[in-house]
Design a protein around this ligand. Structure first.
Ligand SMILES: Cc1cc2nc3c(=O)[nH]c(=O)nc-3n(C[C@H](O)[C@H](O)[C@H](O)COP(=O)(O)OP(=O)(O)OC[C@H]3O[C@@H](n4cnc5c(N)ncnc54)[C@H](O)[C@@H]3O)c2cc1C
Length: 376
């Protein structure tokens, strides 16, 4: 008899793990609590305009196997993602300046603050140092650039001073560019699908049994043990274990509005993603997906990204690592309730910020582990 695998969640991780195990001959069921697949990366439409209710999602990867996988499912439209930041150089300025993100030394040389910045850069250590986010970033770019680009953005985004945050995620998020490379990413492959990512994830799931509107919790452990030989969980563990609040998350709310445009190609903001570090506005960035889709339609959707919403978007990596330890404890507690092997994968269950390509690689790895440990 074919071995049966239950997968909790139909985002990238659940979809790819489900597909890989189906292809390997397992009888798979993916259970999704909402009425749609695609998870956090999904796009929607407002008056026909494609936009992203959960924030900008640009697919980029250096992983050849992941690239091949997404190409096979129709993700092939090249895209070069460039981000702008609106910076106020002085409190008296009425208008901000649009500069590249990450900051580019070439552009910074043109600013009146350059002599100070140059002096600070000359006295930095060869490699960034520091355990907390602020110390690390100041040692990477100096105090002036930190204050202009990072300080208020970080305080708005995380709702706490950067000195309380871990330096661990700084290398992935912050950079000072000296080589003139303007794209945000340096990965070999980068795509943006014209209609959003949904069609790609739907293609991945086209041969997999999916049950929608099916929320699974640890209280279903006994039933799952009867229905399956193993379970892969991609849900947030505080939620899954029925103890919301045990893990700290930082969420955003995308406040999205439709606006008419005279020109079908018309857009209203300077870039797909524009960082807004200033405390003059409560949001951290504006997102206008039409820049990336290139859609021709008499309107656009502009979203303001408001931090501090009660959603499970970003794990909060404090300098003491307490939340990560708590997640491991929760995974052990949950596994004890099951009579069958349980695997945890994806951004929520492993309490990590991971990009879509990393989620896919995770899903491939967990599927291969299940296949090896359970046999076909
Ligand atoms: C604000 C933000 C911006 C991002 N931007 C980018 C980007 O530009 N590029 C990029 O590559 N990545 C980006 N990411 C990361 C990307 O969103 C993740 O890599 C991706 O969502 C991971 O997929 P996943 O399947 O692990 O999780 P999810 O997409 O969250 O999927 C989990 C699924 O499980 C379901 N579920 C949860 N609990 C249960 C339950 N109890 N029972 C049943 N179903 C359940 C959920 O409804 C959801 O469908 C961003 C993330 C955030 C937070």
């Amino acid at each position: 008899m074919r071995r049966r695998i239950g997968v909790v969640g139909a985002g990238w991780t659940g979809a790819v793990a489900g597909r890989r195990l189906t292809d390997a001959g397992f009888a798979v069921e993916v259970m999704e609590k909402t009425s749609v697949v695609g998870g956090h990366s999904r796009a929607e439409t407002m008056n026909g305009v494609v936009y992203e209710p959960n924030g900008a999602h640009i697919f980029h990867t250096d992983n050849q196997a992941v690239n091949q996988f997404v190409n096979d499912h129709g993700l092939t439209r090249p895209y070069d993602h460039k981000v702008l930041t609106e910076v106020y150089l002085s409190p008296d300025d009425d208008e901000g300046r649009l500069l590249s993100w990450p900051p580019q030394v070439e552009e910074l040389r043109e600013l009146p603050v350059w002599p100070t910045v140059e002096r600070e850069l000359a006295s930095l250590p060869a490699q960034p140092v520091g355990d907390n986010f602020e110390d690390y970033v100041v040692s990477m770019m100096g105090r002036t650039l930190y204050d202009l680009f990072i300080k208020d953005y970080t305080a708005k985004q995380w709702g706490r001073p950067a000195t309380e945050l871990s330096a661990r995620f700084a290398p992935k998020r912050v950079e000072l560019r000296r080589d003139g490379h303007r794209g945000l990413f340096r990965d070999r492959w980068q795509y943006f699908p014209p209609n959003g990512i949904n069609e790609v994830i739907e293609s991945v799931l086209s041969t997999v049994a999916v049950t929608l509107d099916s929320e699974i919790t640890v209280d279903d452990a006994h039933r799952l043990g009867q229905d399956y030989d193993a379970v892969i969980i991609t849900a947030a563990l505080d939620d899954f274990a029925g103890c919301p609040g045990e893990l700290e998350w930082r969420g955003i709310e995308m406040c999205s509005r439709f606006e008419l445009t005279d020109d079908p190609g018309g857009v209203l903001t300077p870039a797909y993603v524009t960082n807004r570090p200033s405390t003059r506005v409560p949001y951290t960035r504006t997102v206008e997906t039409k820049h990336a889709t290139g859609q021709r339609i008499g309107g656009t959707v502009v979203s303001e990204e408001m931090p501090g919403a009660p959603h499970r978007h970003y794990p909060v990596l404090t300098a003491d690592g307490a939340n990560e330890r708590r997640n491991i404890e929760l995974s052990e507690k949950i596994a004890e309730r099951f009579e069958i092997p349980v695997y945890f994968a994806g951004r929520l269950a492993t309490y990590r910020y991971i990009n879509q390509d990393e989620a896919i690689a995770d899903a491939m790895a967990v599927a291969d582990r299940v296949a090896t440990e359970l046999g076909g």
